[in-house]
Design a protein around this ligand. Structure first.
Ligand code: HEC
Ligand code: HEC
Ligand code: HEC
Ligand code: HEC
Length: 399
């Protein structure tokens, strides 16, 4: 169970000798994905691809985030962050899920594996993009361990440039953000970060083929998921810092989930007709539109609904209140999400170009909305997504 605890102890001994004493300047250790140095690259244009990952184990020293003293106060949770993650956090197990009997069976059904051998690397890259998002070799240090799952840096940002600064006197989040630290203390940023994997997006997605192969549907609700995450930070302080914490997390979650799901729909529409990409993507629709029994006295044929029979309803999970929250006037019908909903339900084969256009309009309109949590200017998109695009899914519908 205590998978990495021994390792944490070992790292403790090494820590002071290695990166505490490291005189390496963060700037010289920072590299651009293109291979150019910081001096030749424009600092202002430094993008998410420019910082190196160290791996979760770099945080494990007992003097850092691996303090084994379990009697610490909640205000000192940060001292045990690493152990909380290893012992209780589902993210440290996310790579293992791929190799669990369920994960392996799923991959066989999707023909990612055939007889236990890799058959579809692109399909696998999609699983990894959420379960073990591995930066390309040029973007990671040797200490980075592939297989540790969703680690510290996938949420906090690649640490190479800030790791030796964030315990020195006078550090603050703003200056570290410039060195690649994600602003996880800002709720809209945090919600968008979680939604990247828990809703999905271009380069990482759970589609209907995967659902049919047994993947749990992603039914993300930020406030609830955040609540369920074992806290490796001081939760009490958060509730003091953020007035109406529950309301704010709920709102940030609605905005981020809707935005992520619109972005995903846009990407799905954009690749319709490319290769064997599926369109329309069944995972976008109400599951019971198709999955229900046809007995005359069943609940469904008699349900109270103004929907035209034999049409598919779209967006039932992330958009229950979205129209109301984003409508420019009091009339929810004026929301661009409604136009998108109509486009998706207009036919069993909606026009992907029209869908793409409406999805983008809906996304932009909600960004412009006053009072709606705005994403921070700082990028949170550190998590490497599947670089190979579009995927080829060889699932149920593609033989
Ligand atoms: C890099 C992708 C990624 C990010 C970012 C991410 N997660 Fe996860 N999360 C996962 C994966 C993958 C799992 C499934 C773990 C497993 O295999 O059991 C998971 C599991 C969970 C679970 C357990 C779900 C269950 O059904 O038991 C919770 C709760 C959770 N995440 C909350 C969050 C929150 C809150 C955030 C943002 C602060 C977040 N996650 C950010 C990928 C991610
Ligand atoms: C878009 C991100 C994403 C992608 C892509 C993805 N997963 Fe997941 N997976 C998750 C999340 C999040 C969970 C946790 C379920 C939840 O939301 O409660 C999960 C759960 C699972 C579980 C169940 C874990 C458990 O302990 O119950 C398995 C097994 C799994 N995924 C395997 C796979 C495989 C195999 C692939 C590729 C074919 C894959 N996943 C692709 C995000 C993803
Ligand atoms: C699923 C996303 C996620 C993962 C994985 C994760 N964290 Fe965090 N972490 C958060 C969030 C959200 C917060 C609370 C917001 C904040 O203070 O930034 C936080 C807070 C912290 C804090 C407290 C910061 C403060 O100012 O009080 C520390 C320290 C920390 N994390 C370290 C780690 C370490 C070390 C790891 C890896 C072992 C890790 N985190 C893994 C999301 C994550
Ligand atoms: C447009 C119609 C449609 C929609 C919407 C749809 N599905 Fe399906 N689903 C199908 C078809 C067709 C099959 C293949 C059935 C078969 O093989 O007998 C299937 C198969 C499945 C299977 C495999 C079941 C089995 O017995 O093999 C699962 C699980 C599944 N769908 C889940 C979902 C979920 C979850 C949703 C909602 C996110 C959803 N489906 C939405 C049409 C749909």
């Amino acid at each position: 169970m205590r998978r990495l605890v021994g390792l944490a102890a070992a790292v403790t001994v090494l820590a002071s000798a290695t990166w505490f004493a490291s005189a390496e300047s963060p700037d010289s250790s920072r590299r651009f994905a293109s291979g150019t140095s910081l001096e030749t690259g424009a600092r202002a244009q430094a993008s998410s691809a420019t910082f190196l990952f160290r791996g979760a184990r770099s945080c494990a020293a007992a003097a850092c985030h691996g303090d084994p003293d379990a009697s610490r106060l909640p205000s000192e949770a940060w001292r045990r962050s690493f152990l909380t993650w290893v012992e209780d956090d589902p993210h440290s197990q996310s790579h293992r899920s791929l190799e669990s009997p369920e994960g392996l069976a799923m991959m066989e059904r999707l023909r990612i594996l055939v007889g236990g051998r890799m058959h579809d690397r692109r399909g696998y890259a999609n699983c990894v993009a959420c379960h073990d998002p591995t930066p390309p070799p040029i973007q990671r240090r040797q200490s980075y361990f592939v297989g540790d799952g969703v680690g510290c840096e996938h949420c906090h940002g690649p640490a190479d440039a800030w790791i030796s600064r964030h315990y020195t006197a006078g550090w603050d989040r703003d200056s570290l953000a410039e060195l690649g630290m994600t602003r996880t203390h800002e709720l809209p940023v945090r919600a968008a970060l979680c939604a990247d994997c828990h809703v999905g997006g271009p380069g990482r997605e759970v589609n209907h083929d995967m659902l049919a192969a047994g993947h749990p549907p992603l039914r993300f609700e930020f406030a609830a998921f955040l609540d369920r995450l074992p806290k490796h930070w001081d939760e009490n302080r958060e509730r003091i810092v953020h007035e109406n914490f529950e309301l704010q997390t709920w709102l940030a979650g609605q905005a981020a989930s809707a935005e992520a799901s619109l972005r995903l729909l846009e990407a799905r529409a954009a690749r319709a007709g490319v290769g064997d990409a599926a369109w329309p993507e069944f995972a976008e629709y109400d599951c019971v539109a198709c999955h229900h029994d046809l007995t005359p006295n069943g609940w469904r044929p008699n349900r109270d609904s103004d929907r035209t029979p034999a049409t598919l309803s779209w967006g039932t999970w992330h958009f229950p209140l979205f129209e109301r929250l984003t409508a420019a006037s009091d009339d929810p019908a004026a929301s661009p999400v409604n136009a998108l909903r109509d486009a998706m339900a207009s036919s069993l084969l909606p026009d992907p170009a029209v869908v793409q256009e409406h999805a983008e309009a809906a996304r932009m309109s909600h960004r412009r909305r006053k009072g709606w949590p705005a994403l921070s200017q700082t990028s949170y998109r550190w998590c490497p997504a599947n670089p190979i695009f579009p995927f080829s899914f060889r699932g149920l519908r593609h033989g």
